[in-house]
Design a protein around this ligand. Structure first.
Ligand SMILES: NC(=O)c1ccc[n+]([C@@H]2O[C@H](COP(=O)([O-])OP(=O)(O)OC[C@H]3O[C@@H](n4cnc5c(N)ncnc54)[C@H](OP(=O)(O)O)[C@@H]3O)[C@@H](O)[C@H]2O)c1
Length: 246
C-alpha cells in the first residue's frame, strides 16, 4: 500500500472513531442497486426499523437471504429504461420518503477516447443517469418524499480530475452531479433535500481494490440522511459531509 493510501486510511479510521452511528426509523425508503455492495448494506440496516423497496437488476439472492418481511423486492434492468405500470404503482402506493439512487455500472476498463463505443456509452448513461431521473419522477409524484440521495463519485468531478480517461463513467457521474444541483433548485419549494454523495473508496464488486467496507460506507450515508442538513443539499459531498469541488 502506498504512503498516501496509508495516510488516507489512518485519517479515515480516526474520523470513524469519533463519529456516532445514527439510524433512521419508521421511514419508507427506496434503494436501487440493492442486491450488492453499498446498496445491499443500506437495505440491511434500513430493514431493521423501516420499510424498504429494494430495486435489483436480475439477481436477488442476497436480498432474499435477509428479507424480514420489511423489504419489498422489485426487479428492473435499468438498461432497458422501461418501467411497467405495475412497477410505477408499487412505488406510488409505497409513499416513499427517501429515494437512494445507488445502482450504477463502471463500464469496461478500457474507456479510451479513440475507442468510445456509443452503444456501451448509452447503456451506461441509461443505468447511471436516465434511470435515476425516471425514479425521481415517479417518487416526487408523492408528496411524502423528503430526501433524494444520488450516489455519485469524485470521478465525476471536473475540477479535481487530474488523470483523464474513463470517459463513460466520468461523464455519467458528472451528469449525475449536474442533475443533483439542478434538482436542489427545482425541488427547494417542495422542501426536498438532494444529497449527492461520493461514498468513498469502497471494496465492492465495482471496486475490488477498495479500502473501506461497504458496511461502513452505508453507515456514513445513513448518518448524512439522519442529520438531513439542508445546507448540504445540492452539493457534492464525501461520506464525512466534506464538500467536494464539482
Ligand atoms: N465502490 C466504490 O469505491 C465507489 C466509489 C465511488 C462511487 N461508487 C458508487 O457507489 C454506488 C454503488 O456501487 P458499489 O460500489 O456498491 O458497486 P456494486 O456492488 O457493483 O453495486 C452496483 C449495483 O448496481 C446494480 N446495477 C448494475 N447494472 C444495473 C442495471 N442494468 N439495472 C439495475 N441495477 C443495476 C448492480 O446489480 P447487479 O450486480 O445485479 O447487476 C449492483 O447491485 C455506484 O453508484 C457507484 O458508482 C462506488
Amino acid at each position: 500500500m502506498g504512503i498516501i493510501k496509508t495516510i488516507q486510511k489512518k485519517y479515515n479510521n480516526l474520523l470513524n472513531l469519533y463519529e456516532k452511528n445514527l439510524f433512521l426509523e419508521n421511514k419508507n425508503i427506496i434503494v436501487s442497486g440493492a442486491n450488492t455492495g453499498i446498496g445491499f448494506e443500506l437495505v440491511k440496516k434500513f430493514a431493521i426499523k423501516n420499510n424498504v423497496i429494494a430495486l435489483a437488476n436480475y439477481k436477488t439472492n442476497n436480498l432474499d437471504n435477509i428479507n424480514n418481511g420489511k423489504i419489498k423486492i422489485l426487479k428492473n434492468d435499468f438498461k432497458e429504461l422501461k418501467f411497467s405500470e405495475q412497477f410505477i404503482n408499487e412505488i406510488y402506493k409505497f409513499r416513499p420518503q427517501i429515494l437512494i439512487n445507488c445502482a450504477a455500472i463502471f463500464g469496461p476498463e478500457d474507456q479510451e477516447l479513440e475507442k468510445i463505443n456509443y452503444e456501451n456509452f448509452s447503456e451506461i448513461m441509461k443505468i447511471n443517469v436516465f434511470a435515476p431521473i425516471k425514479l425521481i419522477n415517479f417518487c416526487i409524484k408523492n408528496l411524502d418524499l423528503k430526501q433524494i440521495v444520488n450516489i455519485s463519485s469524485e470521478m465525476g468531478s471536473i475540477s479535481t480530475n487530474k488523470i483523464g480517461g474513463y470517459y463513460y463513467y466520468r461523464l455519467s457521474k458528472c451528469m449525475l452531479n449536474a442533475l443533483s444541483k439542478n434538482l436542489s433548485i427545482d425541488l427547494k419549494t417542495k422542501r426536498i433535500n438532494i444529497f449527492c454523495i461520493h461514498p468513498g473508496n469502497v471494496k465492492t464488486k465495482m471496486n475490488s481494490g477498495g479500502l473501506m467496507s461497504p458496511e461502513l460506507s452505508a453507515q456514513k450515508i445513513i448518518n448524512i440522511l439522519s442529520k438531513n442538513n439542508s445546507k448540504l443539499s445540492g452539493l457534492l459531498i464525501d461520506m464525512n459531509s466534506k464538500v467536494l469541488q464539482w
